[in-house]
Design a binder for this molecule. Structure first.
Ligand SMILES: *Cc1c(COP(=O)(O)O)cnc(C)c1O
Length: 392
């Protein structure tokens, strides 16, 4: 998109586009298609959605509404405040809190209809007390640790729970869950060990539905599907696997504005630390996005470096990434192809989320959740389609 196109959009919803340094576009149709791909990959299982961390940085409200419209009925967030926000968006959906039941917070969970993923006997005790206080049965998930050693009942605690079932009085166990540590590596031996351990605890609570798989776990085979699967990153377009092609469609495009074109003579340096030197005359483009917008400083040219997609060509980052700007080398691009004000793809169909993660020495998850708040956000597709791109 360039500026004339943007101003042609001209609706109240898109006003201010000329004032923003960058635009983050979320394709809600691609999101829904990725959700449906999960359904096709796990026939017979319910496909829930993970919308923690502001829906992986993409915006809780539009994402949750689009997933609900695509047929998703059960949602997971990490923290109770996120759950309360989601409750305002989806008044009736079951909402599970992955990080468990916080101390002294049970009444908050109950008031917002949140289901804690109970991870310890202490949490179970707190939730049972809340149930006794209010005199009703309160729903919750039981979270078993089967090998990740993060959250979840240990084998000893789970055995104690089986021996002392009165601990669950007042708790309606609506889900049994565990989380895989190495699902992205299909051949990792921990996967089968976790599966076996999860089956053991499932046998102890045969009446409750069970859930083990995240996005990558979905592709480990139907043994891992149980009754409900919990994909996150795949639905947002990230590749859940290491070293395997991404079956999901890109959802996010990030464009940064071209602030200035300039010429650097042979031997001149660019950016902080003078870490980049022009070899021969070079043409540079300064873009309005930096590490303050989640464009990782690790993408600077000294450490391998990122690249952007500009007017149909790739251009490498030149020098260090600053807080609000990055510089790319556009030498050799045909004259007149790029101009001040253009929007340049720094992430999207040509520069994938996973490429950025790899080049920055991290993962797509961290890139997405770090995108920052300065981008103008546009949502396309789904219910937004008839209005064109809708700014939120
Ligand atoms: C974040 C999370 C998921 C989703 O994982 P993805 O790899 O993004 O699919 C599923 N389950 C639990 C417990 C999580 O914390």
């Amino acid at each position: 998109m360039n500026l004339p196109e943007l101003s042609a959009m001209g609706t109240a919803g898109t006003s201010g586009l000329a004032m923003c340094g960058g635009i983050l576009t979320v394709d809600l149709d691609a999101l829904a298609a990725n959700y449906r791909l999960c359904r096709a990959a796990a026939p017979g299982a319910e496909v829930a959605s993970i919308v923690k961390a502001d829906a992986y940085g993409l915006g809780l409200a539009p994402v949750a509404r689009a997933l609900h419209a695509a047929g998703c009925r059960t949602f997971f967030i990490a923290e109770p405040e996120e759950g309360a926000a989601l409750r305002r968006i989806l008044p009736d959906a079951p909402i599970y809190v992955l990080n468990g039941l916080f101390p002294d917070a049970a009444s908050f969970y109950r008031a917002h209809g949140l289901r804690p993923c109970l991870s310890s006997l202490d949490e179970i005790g707190d939730w049972a007390r809340e149930a006794a206080l209010c005199g009703s049965v309160l729903p919750a998930a039981l979270h078993f640790d089967t090998g990740i050693n993060r959250l979840g009942l240990s084998d000893a605690q789970a055995a104690r729970l089986v021996a002392e079932p009165e601990r669950l009085r007042g708790i309606g166990v609506t889900l049994l869950m565990s989380h895989l540590a190495c699902a992205d590596e299909a051949g990792h031996p921990l996967n089968e060990r976790q599966l076996a351990r999860f089956r053991t605890w499932r046998a102890a609570f045969p009446s409750a539905p069970a859930s083990l798989a995240n996005s990558a776990g979905l592709f480990l085979g139907s043994d891992y599907h149980f009754d409900l699967v919990r994909p996150g990153i795949g639905v947002y377009g990230g590749n859940p696997f290491s070293g395997r092609e991404n079956p999901f469609r890109p959802v996010v495009r990030v464009e940064a504005r071209l602030l200035q074109l300039r010429d650097a003579a042979d031997g001149e340096t660019a950016g902080y630390g003078a870490s980049w030197t022009a070899r021969g005359p070079r043409r540079l483009a300064i873009l309005s996005a930096g590490y303050g917008d989640g464009y990782a400083r690790a993408l600077g040219s000294a450490s391998g470096g990122g690249r952007v997609f500009i007017a149909g060509h790739y251009a490498p980052v030149a020098g260090r990434v600053s807080m609000d700007m990055l510089t790319v080398d556009v030498t050799g691009l045909p004259e007149g192809l790029v101009a001040r004000g253009d929007l340049v793809e720094i992430m999207g169909p040509h520069v994938t989320l996973d490429e950025l993660g790899l080049r920055a020495g991290t993962v797509g998850y961290e890139i997405l959740t770090g995108l920052g708040t300065r981008y103008r956000r546009l949502y396309t597709g789904a219910g937004y389609a008839e209005k064109g791109a809708q700014a939120i």
